[in-house]
Design a protein around this ligand. Structure first.
Ligand code: SIN
Length: 521
């Protein structure tokens, strides 16, 4: 396992789809170091099932993909960012195919699935329901052929290094607990999401909001943090992880049923089970609230669909549920919403620049405004590819001579001052789920902010990787809760019982957090 050098031309923090795509673009301009917090395969990209959207089928057009993206975003998309996303999609997909990605086909023709809020079948998928894994495999293989790229696993970046207001590298903590510095001409944050903020999430353990928290501490602007997407259908079983049950299942015709086995989505939206995610997640929460059952639950039902087709189309979901003794072709599956994706993040311009010189962001860690208040299904892998490549093209202009970073002084004490880290993480997750979840109110948000602020002293003085993660979760959680309190309206994934309508006059804007201030721009 390569350990990171002390200087490079370009530094990419994160090795998911955005980070690897950026590294490939940078490799012809200089030396690139990619830091993965754990193994390269430990990322949201690896877990992405449903697919990647692109207007490539004969019936589809780029303008339809754009219209669906804007409509899901509930008025708040940056239209130019969304246009770039959908227009660049075909070229980015073609390139992935050239690099060996095996999308599913019938004969030689690509097959396109359907997901919520899409007007056309446009979701490419691979090995049925392992699209992210296949894309990551191909990007990693491509990156490994480029001698300028060095991928370093188990290198956890804790903070950005600044020189005269310019980002010039990162501080890392190694597995042995020692801190090191790495300097670079430009730094890209491609650190992915923050689903671990919540006690129910589809995200892996690594998704702790590290990039957003690092950028915020360094003084960069953070945007749209109140918009957290809850996936409607995560497996809900005691002692099982909240495994994602892809929206593509509903795209193939699966129904949602309440505890009385009645199908309910047609009462909530004309697109029924294929309504936008925020609508479906809130409908489920409402069904749980009004359920006469003691232990309310809703179910995903595929039993009316062709069993052979389901096994073939969703082999990973089929096998995973079978491990928990559920044959999805014969039995209904207990599901609930779970935190899935952060629309907000490090604010960037359309070329990937953050508000600090030398700093860039792409993928889930970034907020270009491309998703507005609610991301359209299967636009996230696409975002990583498109904006990873764009950010890298801007970074190429930053090349100059860098000196190796000075090593940090050894910690005064090897003892971790952060107390009961696991307990604190659980408490953050519970507070966030209860009061900053699918349905919010001013009173609940105020309560959450007070509780999170009270926990600050528990994570101060972190000297281990896990306590740095706890600090990052607390920072990100406070950013989400404070932004959600400031947005006194409901829009997309942000729903407040005390302000249930849009308020375009005040809030058809993006929230912006810098230091202690929150504004809308
Ligand atoms: C899913 O397969 O339902 C998730 C895809 C996405 O988040 O876009």
């Amino acid at each position: 396992m390569a350990s990171a050098p002390s200087e490079t031309d370009f530094l990419v923090v994160g090795a998911g789809v955005a980070g690897l795509r950026a590294a490939i673009e940078l490799a012809s301009a200089g030396r690139v170091v990619v830091l993965a917090k754990r193994e390269v395969t430990d990322s949201n990209t690896q877990w992405a099932q449903g697919g990647i959207a692109a207007a490539l089928s004969d019936e589809d057009e780029i303008r339809f993909h754009l219209a669906d993206t804007l409509s899901a975003g509930d008025g708040l998309c940056n239209v130019e960012a969304a246009r770039i996303l959908v227009e660049d999609a075909p070229a980015r997909i073609e390139e992935l195919i050239q690099w060996g990605t095996e999308f599913d086909r019938e004969g030689t023709r690509l097959t396109f699935g359907r997901e919520g809020a899409h007007s056309h079948n446009r979701i490419l998928h691979a090995h049925g329901d392992s699209t992210g894994r296949e894309i990551l495999r191909a990007l990693y293989a491509k990156a490994r052929t480029l001698k300028n790229i060095e991928i370093c696993e188990f290198e956890f970046s804790t903070d950005l290094l600044l020189e005269n207001g310019r980002v010039c590298g990162v501080q890392m903590i190694r597995q042995d607990g020692l801190y090191r510095h790495l300097s670079a001409c430009a730094v890209l944050l491609a650190t992915g999401g923050m689903g671990q903020l919540y006690s129910n999430t589809t995200n892996p353990k690594v998704a702790t909001g590290d990039g957003v928290a690092m950028a915020f501490r360094a003084g960069a602007a953070i945007s749209d943090m109140e918009f957290v997407q809850f996936h409607p259908t995560a497996l809900y079983l005691a002692n099982a992880p909240r495994f994602l049950l892809s929206e593509a299942l509903r795209g193939e015709g699966a129904y949602l049923r309440n505890s009385e086995m009645a199908r309910f989505m047609p009462q909530y939206h004309h697109m029924a089970e294929l309504a936008p995610r925020d609508v479906v997640a809130r409908a489920i929460i409402h069904e749980l609230e009004v359920s006469p059952a003691n232990d309310p639950i809703v179910f995903l039902d595929l039993t009316h669909l062709d069993a052979h087709h389901i096994q073939k189309r969703f082999p990973r979901i089929y096998a995973t549920c079978l491990q928990y003794n559920i044959d999805i072709t014969a039995e209904v599956i207990p599901v609930r919403p779970a935190a899935h994706y952060a629309m907000g993040g490090v604010r960037t311009s359309l070329d990937g620049r953050a508000t600090l010189p030398g700093l860039y962001a792409a993928g889930e860690a970034a907020a270009t405004g491309v998703h507005g208040a609610n991301r359209l299904a299967s636009n996230s892998l696409l975002e990583g590819l498109v904006f990873g490549a764009i950010a890298a093209r801007s970074m190429r202009d930053e090349i100059r001579t860098v000196s190796p970073a000075e090593e940090p002084p050894p910690p005064q004490s090897s003892e971790d001052n952060a107390r009961n880290v696991e307990g604190t993480v659980r408490e953050i997750q519970e507070v966030m789920w209860k009061d900053v979840g699918v349905v919010r109110s001013g009173a609940g948000l105020g309560n959450a902010i007070r509780q999170l602020e009270d926990m600050s002293s528990l994570v101060a003085g972190a000297t281990t990787r896990r306590s740095h993660e706890a600090q990052n979760l607390l920072t990100s959680g406070l950013l989400v809760a404070r932004s959600a309190l400031a947005r006194e309206e409901s829009r997309g994934a942000h729903y407040r019982t005390d302000f249930p309508e849009h308020n375009d006059a005040r809030f058809l804007k993006h929230s912006l957090c810098v230091g202690n201030s929150i504004t809308f721009v």
